[in-house]
Design a protein around this ligand. Structure first.
Ligand SMILES: *Cc1c(COP(=O)(O)O)cnc(C)c1O
Length: 372
């Protein structure tokens, strides 16, 4: 079955009790069990799993082509749960420009869990090979990356990880399962901040792990959620599930708009460089063409000059809103270094855009007048 059809139907069987087509939101925290704790309906207590959450997990597994999925209260909770499946003494090799929250997690928490972490430029496969240690149990990539839009060769990285006996995880938040299928390229797990495109309307926070196999890591990540408690609420499960129904259409429009905006920015005299994998000038363009079916709704660009010139653009936009996050229907722009704070590695003249579902002409006109 094609993705469009799966996205509309997965986890969407009519409610057996009433025939309702829109899935019920089961708010119950507890489920009747038998006299000796038997679970005739498969549920016991909400922290272990609940029916609306199960629907979303079934849908995500089907959409990503995985055997199983787990959802969490945020993208960070999902990523943390996966990292917490590693034993003390393990080493994680991260891409050098992963989402800043994971860089912070490595610095603030992994060391306390006695897990070592280092980072390499994963566009350089030899650097990845050199970065692997005897204790390396996980290679963690993000493609395209946030906010530099780096694209890395996921199939090649999967092979390097496998040869080293390590697992391979991909943060697929920017690409969504519509444009990129990491599990089919050899990844063991794909992580999503459902807060972004999966939810798609800037009104729900959630995270997901989709597993190629119902592996030991799946069992452990489920145990982490059960005991550490980063569960997704029934209502938020429902909102993300609802978002999935229109995901394919939305991502197609986000991508078409972003390509048009990227081309217009690249031709503008006040712009130093545009980071968008759909442009032939992007260093990862050939890999992106191979491993993605479109280039997505995210882009970043550097304004000629420095921080002040970049911030000035943010102060002049009218249709774009200056806000962080991404993947909603409305276009957003942000001075990323300011959002990331003091630990940021992002260039000071860089602006990150989440291109929404407005008409591309209006977005281009807005950026032109703001660039002056
Ligand atoms: C937002 C984001 C996350 C974290 O998700 P939250 O829901 O904010 O915890 C992780 N990775 C990427 C690429 C993101 O954009």
């Amino acid at each position: 079955m094609k993705l469009e059809t799966i996205a509309v139907h997965a986890g969407g069987e009519p409610d057996p009790a009433t025939g309702a087509l829109a899935p019920p939101i089961h708010l119950s925290t507890t489920f009747e069990h038998g006299p000796a704790g038997e679970q005739p309906h498969g549920y016991m207590y909400i922290r272990e799993g609940s029916p609306t959450e199960t629907r979303l997990e079934e849908a995500l597994a089907a959409i990503e082509g995985g055997e199983a999925a787990l959802v969490y209260s945020s993208g960070m909770a999902a990523g943390a749960a996966y990292l917490a499946t590693l034993p003390a003494g393990a080493h994680v090799l991260f891409a050098d420009d992963i989402y800043y929250g994971f860089r912070q997690m490595a610095a603030d928490f992994l060391t306390r869990w006695s897990i070592a972490a280092s980072a390499v430029d994963m566009a350089d496969l030899d650097a990845v090979r050199r970065g692997i240690r005897r204790e390396t149990q996980l290679v963690w990539a993000e493609s395209p990356s946030n906010p530099l839009m780096k694209v890395v060769d996921l199939a090649a990285l999967a092979k390097i990880a496998k040869d080293a006996g390590a697992r391979f995880a991909v943060d697929g938040t920017f690409a969504t399962p519509v444009l990129q299928r990491p599990l089919s390229l050899g990844a063991d797990v794909v992580m999503h901040a459902a807060t972004k495109y999966l939810g798609g309307h800037s009104d729900v926070q959630g995270g997901a792990l989709v597993f190629a196999r119902r592996s030991d890591a799946f069992e452990k990540a489920q145990h982490v959620r059960h005991i550490l408690g980063g569960v997704l609420s029934p209502f938020n499960s429902w909102l993300v599930l609802r978002g999935l129904r229109s995901l394919v259409c939305r991502v197609e429009r986000h991508s078409a708009n972003a390509l048009a905006v990227a081309r217009a920015l690249a031709a503008h005299s006040a712009v130093e460089v545009v980071h968008y994998p759909g442009l032939a000038s992007h260093p990862g363009h050939e890999i992106a063409k191979r491993q993605m079916s479109g280039f997505g709704g995210m882009l970043s660009f550097r304004v000629k000059g420095g921080r002040d010139q970049a911030v000035a653009v943010c102060s002049k936009v009218r249709i774009f809103t200056t806000a962080t996050s991404l993947g909603g229907t409305e276009s957003l722009i942000e001075h990323r270094a300011s959002s990331e704070g003091p630990t940021s590695q992002t260039p000071q003249n860089l602006l990150r855009c989440s291109i929404g579902l407005e008409h591309a002409d209006d977005l281009i006109e807005d950026l032109r007048q703001a660039l002056g």
